[in-house]
Design a protein around this ligand. Structure first.
Ligand code: ADP
Ligand code: MG
Length: 619
C-alpha cells in the first residue's frame, strides 16, 4: 500500500497554530505588547479600530530588527529569546515560543516596520495570510510598528464567532491593563477609534493603578510588602468596604507576567475572611517575584497559568502577608494570624457604633434571697433575665428579625397586596385557595394545585416578577423614585461612564435620578423605590459587568438588559427564608405575570408534579 502520511505545508501548520495563539483581537494585542516589552521599549502605543477587528497596531521605541530578522520573525519557531531547552527555566522575557508573529500573519494582513538604532533606514514587510507581499526599505523611527488588519479574513467561521465590539473591546482593554499594570516603568497609550482612551506616563506602581482605575482608587489601596527567601510579595489590596460584586479588579503578576490562579486567589479571599459583605470580592494588585527556576510557565499556550514548585508555601505566605497588611492598617479587627474566624465581628454589626457599657449596681440584690419573681440585673446595656426555661426560644425572637437580612431585604421589595388576576393563567396552575404554601430549604416554595403540586424556584420566580415590573416602568415611564437625603457619589472607570451614559434614559425610567455625570463619577439624587440605597452601587456594578461581558450584538436591547440585570440583583436569593404571607404574595405575583413559567434568562421558574405522576412513583 502506498504511504499516506505527509508533512503539512507551512501555511496550513501556521493556521492551525494560530487557532491556539489567537482567539480574538485581545490575543493579538497581548502578543504584540509583549514583543514590544521584550524589545526593551520605553514607550508603547496601541491603536485599535472596531475593537481590533479592523486594525490592531502596536508602535514601540524598542531595539528594532535587522532586515534578515524582520523576515525571519514571521517563521514558525523563530525566536531570539531561547536557544536551548534549559533557557526555558531562566526566562526573563515574555515570549519564547516564536509562534506569535507566524500565527498572526497566517490569519490577517500584517505590516511590519522596523529600524534598529544607528541604521539610516528601516524595513517594511507586508504579509497576507502567510504570503510575503512585499519587503522594502523605508524611512521610519527607531523601533517597531506592527499593524494587524482584517483579523481572520481567511477564516470566516472564526470571524463570525467574534463577539460584539463592546465585548471584544472589553477584552482588549483588559489585556492592555494587565500589561500596563505589570510595567509601570514603561509609558503606554491606547487609542480607540481615533480617540485616546488611556495615557499612562512612567510612574510608580500605585500611581499606575490610579491612572488606570481612577483617582478614587488611591484611598482604597492598602500596601502589601513581604520579603521572604522563596518569594517577594509587593503591591496592594483594596480595603474590604470597597470590595466588588464582580471579580473585576483582581491581578496577580508573577515575575511581571499576569497569571490566573484560583488557588492563590483563595489564599487572598481567606485573608479577607469575615471582612467582606456576602457575595463581594476583594480587589488586589499583587506582584510575586520568585526564582524563575521554581516555576513552569509552559503549561498553557496562552500563558496565563503557571505551575509553581511549592504552591502550599506560596499560599501560606500570601495569606499571611495580606492578613498582616489588613491588620497593620487597622482594617482587620485582630492582628493575630491564627485567630479563630468565629470571633470576627460579623459584617452586619461592623458599622454599628459600640455601646458604652453602663454599670448599674442593683443595691437591693441579695444573693441569699431565693426570689420567685426574677429580678433584672443589668451589668451592661444588655439585659439578662432569669426566665423560666420553657421560654428560652423567645430569647431568639428579636435576634431573628434583626440579624438575618431576609426580612429587611424582602420588605424593600414592596409586594403589593392586590390579589392576582386568575384569568391570566389557566386554573390548572392556580394555587388552590385556602391552601398554604411551604418553603423548602429556603429555596423552593411548594404548594398544591388542582392536579397535584407545584414547586417554585423562589429566586427565578422573583426575577420574573421584577423583570416585568421594571420593563413596564421603563416603557410607561411612570416609575416612582425616592429622593435621597444626600446625593450619592459613585466612581467609575471611563469605560463604565460610557455605559452609564448609554443607559441613562432607561435608568431614569426605572426611577434613578442623576444630577451629574462627569468623566469619572456619577452623582445620584434619586433611586427607584424598590432599590435600597446601600444596594445602588452593587446594582450598577452588576449592570456594567453584564453589559460588558454577556451581551452579543444581535439580541442587544439596552432596556431589556437593564431590566434583566436589575431583576437579577434585586430578586430574593436562594437561602432567604420567607414568611408565609411573603410566600403567598410571591406565588400570586408570579402567576399574574405575562410569562410566569420562565425566568428572564429563560429558565423554568416552577415545575408541577401531577397526582398521576406521584401515583406512578408509588407503584
Ligand atoms: P517570541 O516572542 O516568542 O520570540 P514572536 O513570534 O512573538 O516570538 O516574535 C519572534 C521574534 O521577532 C522575537 O523573538 C523577536 O526577536 C522579534 N520581534 C518581534 N516583535 C518585535 C519587536 N516589537 N521589536 C523587536 N523585535 C521583535
Ligand atoms: Mg512574542
Amino acid at each position: 500500500m502506498a504511504d499516506i502520511i505527509q508533512l503539512l505545508p507551512d501555511h496550513v501548520a501556521n493556521q492551525i497554530a494560530a487557532g491556539e495563539v489567537v482567539q480574538r483581537p485581545a490575543s493579538v494585542v497581548k502578543e504584540l505588547l509583549e514583543n514590544a516589552i521584550d524589545a526593551g521599549a520605553l514607550t508603547i502605543k496601541l491603536i485599535i479600530k472596531d475593537a481590533g477587528k479592523t486594525l490592531i497596531q502596536v508602535i514601540d521605541d524598542g531595539k528594532g530588527m535587522s532586515e534578515t530578522d524582520a523576515r525571519l520573525s514571521f517563521e514558525r519557531h523563530a525566536t531570539s529569546k531561547i536557544r536551548t531547552a534549559d533557557d526555558l527555566f531562566q526566562l526573563d522575557t515574555k515570549g519564547f515560543r516564536g509562534e506569535a508573529l507566524a500565527s498572526i500573519a497566517a490569519i490577517a494582513h500584517v505590516e511590519l516596520k522596523t529600524k534598529q538604532e544607528g541604521d539610516d533606514v528601516g524595513n517594511v514587510i507586508v504579509i497576507e495570510g502567510s504570503n510575503v507581499v512585499s519587503q522594502e526599505v523605508v524611512v521610519t523611527p527607531k523601533g517597531t510598528s506592527v499593524s494587524v488588519k482584517n483579523l481572520f479574513f481567511n477564516i470566516p467561521a472564526r470571524r463570525n464567532f467574534l463577539k460584539s465590539n463592546t465585548v471584544e473591546l472589553r477584552h482588549v482593554i483588559d489585556e492592555f491593563q494587565r500589561v500596563a499594570l505589570a510595567h509601570p516603568d514603561i509609558s503606554f497609550a491606547l487609542y480607540n477609534n481615533g480617540s485616546e482612551s488611556f495615557n499612562l506616563p512612567v510612574s510608580n506602581y500605585r500611581q499606575r493603578i490610579v491612572n488606570i482605575f481612577g483617582n478614587k482608587t488611591n484611598e482604597r489601596l492598602v500596601p502589601v510588602e513581604e520579603e521572604t527567601e522563596v518569594l517577594d510579595i509587593s503591591g496592594f489590596v483594596g480595603k474590604p468596604e470597597f470590595a466588588k460584586k464582580t471579580r473585576g479588579e483582581q491581578y496577580f503578576f508573577v515575575n511581571n507576567r499576569f497569571i490566573k490562579s484560583a488557588y492563590l486567589n483563595h489564599a487572598i479571599a481567606s485573608a479577607f475572611d469575615g471582612l467582606l459583605k456576602n457575595g463581594t470580592h476583594p480587589s488586589y494588585f499583587l506582584n510575586l517575584t520568585v526564582d524563575p527556576q521554581t516555576i513552569d510557565i509552559n503549561i498553557h499556550p496562552t500563558k496565563t497559568e503557571i505551575k509553581f514548585d511549592d504552591e502550599h508555601t506560596l499560599y501560606a505566605l500570601l495569606r499571611s502577608a495580606v492578613k498582616h497588611s489588613l491588620g497593620q492598617f487597622n482594617i482587620a479587627p485582630v492582628l493575630d494570624f491564627e485567630r479563630d474566624p468565629n470571633l470576627d465581628t460579623p459584617y452586619d454589626y461592623k458599622n454599628n457604633t459600640a455601646n458604652v457599657p453602663k454599670i448599674e449596681v442593683d443595691r437591693s440584690f441579695n444573693p441569699f434571697q431565693d426570689d420567685t419573681q426574677p429580678k433584672t440585673r443589668t451589668t451592661t446595656t444588655t439585659t439578662y433575665k432569669k426566665e423560666p426555661a420553657a421560654n428560652w426560644e423567645s430569647l431568639y425572637v428579636g435576634l431573628e428579625s434583626k440579624g438575618t437580612q431576609t426580612d429587611q431585604d424582602f420588605s424593600e421589595v414592596h409586594f403589593e397586596s392586590e390579589e392576582s388576576t386568575p384569568s391570566i393563567f389557566d386554573d390548572e396552575k392556580q394555587v388552590e385557595s385556602g391552601n398554604t404554601t411551604h418553603q423548602l430549604h429556603n429555596k423552593y416554595i411548594v404548594s398544591t394545585i388542582k392536579s397535584g403540586m407545584l414547586v417554585i424556584d423562589q429566586h427565578r420566580a422573583h426575577q420574573r416578577i421584577l423583570y416585568e415590573e421594571l420593563l413596564k416602568n421603563m416603557t410607561v415611564k411612570e416609575a416612582v423614585s425616592q429622593q435621597l437625603l444626600f446625593p450619592l457619589q459613585l466612581h467609575f472607570s471611563a469605560q463604565e461612564i460610557t455605559i452609564v451614559k448609554q443607559l441613562k434614559a432607561d435608568l431614569e425610567n426605572t426611577g434613578f435620578v442623576f444630577s451629574n455625570i462627569d468623566e469619572e463619577s456619577v452623582e445620584i439624587t434619586g433611586v427607584p423605590v424598590s432599590v435600597p440605597e446601600s444596594e445602588v452601587s452593587i446594582i450598577l456594578e452588576q449592570l456594567m459587568s453584564d453589559v460588558e461581558n454577556e451581551v452579543p450584538d444581535s439580541s442587544f436591547s439596552a432596556t431589556d438588559l437593564l431590566a434583566k440585570s436589575m431583576a437579577k440583583s434585586l430578586a430574593i436569593k436562594t437561602g432567604q427564608s420567607l414568611q408565609k404571607d411573603e410566600q403567598e404574595h410571591l406565588v400570586n405575583k408570579l402567576f399574574a405575570c405575562k410569562e410566569p413559567n420562565i425566568s428572564p434568562t429563560n429558565r423554568s421558574t416552577f415545575i408541577t408534579l401531577s397526582v398521576d405522576e406521584l401515583d406512578k412513583k408509588f407503584l
